[in-house]
Design a binder for this molecule. Structure first.
Ligand code: 15L
Length: 264
């Protein structure tokens, strides 16, 4: 376990709850925060403080003494620009300012929606151009650029995980490509903490799926290899698709369909 406390934003969210339980069980000293109360029992070795990511002072004080910030807070679905601006853009800025002040490493929850407008037939490497599929994806692209700025200008280390789909099991055909198992995800976070140095790295947050949309990234540097695969779930979800040609065409799936107006 890391020697300094670890701040987890978005602790009450889907991924936050997973990390809270699993990392606490590994003996991590967690400082949890979210804008809503923690909906699960507080594990031993953890503290929880409610805070708004838009409150710069609150985030700065929560980060005091932390060597690692797991930034999983913010809006996680496609919403209006106004709804996303505060939590995701201002909020991520506050997290990076706190990391800079503490000389802490950041794990940033980026998303496949930062590149969601690529066709499903395109295989992406980490150095591809960003193609956000909406305001949410654009906020993740902003977070990645923040990470880049704070690395180049202030030597704040980051791992940006372009997360696919963190779910106990695969629900449909699209997620045979994007799925990451809970075990692979938790091991990835452990690797982000354990690595000697991470610079400013991008990781595709998916298991070893043969239908993956993604290829090269910084996993060798981080020391992470996924062990699970969605392949053995393909039979079970066969035929589970949307009836929307836009959702089926793009990597970002349903997120792309929100306010999509192209006709070609
Ligand atoms: C995301 O970024 C969302 O937060 C999550 O709810 C999933 O929909 C995931 O992407 C996905 O694309 O499957």
């Amino acid at each position: 376990a890391p020697d300094r406390p670890v701040l987890l934003t978005g602790a009450s969210g889907t991924i936050g709850r997973l990390l809270t339980n699993r990392l606490a069980a590994l003996g991590w000293r967690l400082r949890l925060t979210d804008i809503v109360p923690l909906p699960i029992p507080l594990p031993s070795g953890a503290t929880f403080e409610r805070a708004d990511l838009e409150d710069r002072d609150a985030i700065a004080s929560l980060a005091q003494g932390c060597g690692l910030i797991l930034h999983f807070g913010g809006v996680s679905t496609e919403q209006s620009f106004e709804a996303i601006l505060g939590p995701n853009l201002r909020g991520s800025f506050h997290v990076y300012e706190a990391a800079r002040a503490q000389k802490a490493r950041v794990v940033f929850a980026s998303s496949n929606h930062a590149v969601g407008l690529y066709d499903r037939s395109t295989v992406l490497d980490h150095d591809c151009h960003l193609r956000p599929d909406g305001h949410y994806g654009l906020s993740k692209a902003y977070g990645e650029m923040l990470a880049r700025l704070y690395w180049e200008k202030h030597a704040v280390e980051s791992v940006m995980i372009r997360i696919g789909s963190v779910l106990p099991e695969v629900p449909d055909e699209r997620m045979l490509s994007t799925w990451i198992s809970h075990d692979d995800f938790v091991r990835l976070i452990q690797s982000c903490a354990d690595a000697e140095s991470v610079d400013c790295s991008i990781i595709w947050g998916a298991s070893d799926n043969s239908r993956s949309f993604w290829r090269h990234d910084a996993r060798d540097r981080i020391g992470w290899t996924p062990r699970d695969s969605s392949d053995d779930q393909a039979e079970r979800v066969r035929g589970r698709v949307t009836n929307d040609p836009v959702a089926e065409r793009y990597q970002g799936g349903k997120f792309v369909t929100v306010d999509y107006t192209r006709r070609d």
